[in-house]
Write a protein that binds this ligand. Sequence first.
Ligand SMILES: NC(=O)c1ccc[n+]([C@@H]2O[C@H](COP(=O)([O-])OP(=O)(O)OC[C@H]3O[C@@H](n4cnc5c(N)ncnc54)[C@H](OP(=O)(O)O)[C@@H]3O)[C@@H](O)[C@H]2O)c1
Length: 329
Amino acid sequence: MKAVTVNIDESNSLKLEEVQKPSIGPDEVLIAVRSAALNHRDLYMTKQWQPLKGYGTFIAGGDASGVIVEIGSSVSGWMLGDEVIINPLLVDSEDGPNFPPFLGGPTDGTFAEFVKAPAAFILKKPKYLTFEEAAALPLALSTAWGNTTVQGKLQSGETLLLQGIGGGVATFILQIAVKMGVKVIVTSSSDEKIEKAIELGASYGINYKKDNVAKKGMEMTNGKGVDAVIDSSGKDSIESSIQSLSEKGRLLIFGSSTGSFNKEILNTVNFHETGMVSQADLKNALSFYAEHEIHPVLSPKIYSLEEYKEAYEELEKGQQFGKIVIKIS
Ligand SMILES: NC(=O)c1ccc[n+]([C@@H]2O[C@H](COP(=O)([O-])OP(=O)(O)OC[C@H]3O[C@@H](n4cnc5c(N)ncnc54)[C@H](OP(=O)(O)O)[C@@H]3O)[C@@H](O)[C@H]2O)c1
């Protein structure tokens, strides 16, 4: 089958090649991939990401939607032809000495014609979504649910500062938080992205390239500061995130795309590390998402597998608003 592979121990090692079609174990299903989606972690895989050093070559990509084409002998509850999405985090707890099995690094991922996954980590594709839309969900929705609900515990009426609305996870957080009755102030490098975020329900936007985020945030909250900040940019935004908080405000951090920073700065604030949720919580997130008939925001250009390089380039440039999708079949 055709697949985009990456060697974690070499830089710029992405390639489209013919590889062996996966064979499944008794607890697994084989899925014919219809669409896949990119996440920031896919970029890390092309840059010799330190936590996976020594893992060698694997198929890239964490997110996918598709159709079940083979079912392991011990699997129940699924049928051939079922339309599904896959949770890329193939364990319920990330604790432990080894890196957890995760599609697209270190486990073979979704940028391929077929992917295998344990049946315990697949979910029904919501019927109202296209395969392209559904592929965008798993990783970003899981992380957004962690930030808004399971770990973030946002409450209706609270004010949230959401840094970097162009980010794939950020658009999911915005959509969920708005439905929860949270007032969301977004930041972005782009006025166009801010306009789009306001169409999705954001109350205000601050262009972090032009304005002082903390000063504007204080003005927008009458000098009180926000109840919560969600930050995934790290080095370049952490100071403005801290300065924007109200006295008891909490800082939720799920990534550091612009680089790591000195963690001592967090000692003075109510800080929580957030991230993806368990399979059971992801099911709840999916129910919430479907109940409100939310559609994910997709970047307009849908790529083919052959165009994988352009898809990675779009993510690298950070010009997208929403999720970048590759249509596979
Ligand atoms: N812990 C977990 O479970 C988990 C899960 C998912 C992701 N992550 C991590 O979270 C991060 C984001 O992932 P993603 O896939 O959403 O990334 P992404 O789609 O590549 O988005 C990155 C965004 O960061 C924003 N940004 C850059 N510089 C900024 C600054 N100075 N201030 C505010 N925002 C800034 C940009 O927003 P604008 O375009 O609007 O300027 C950009 O679009 C990555 O580091 C990823 O590894 C962690």
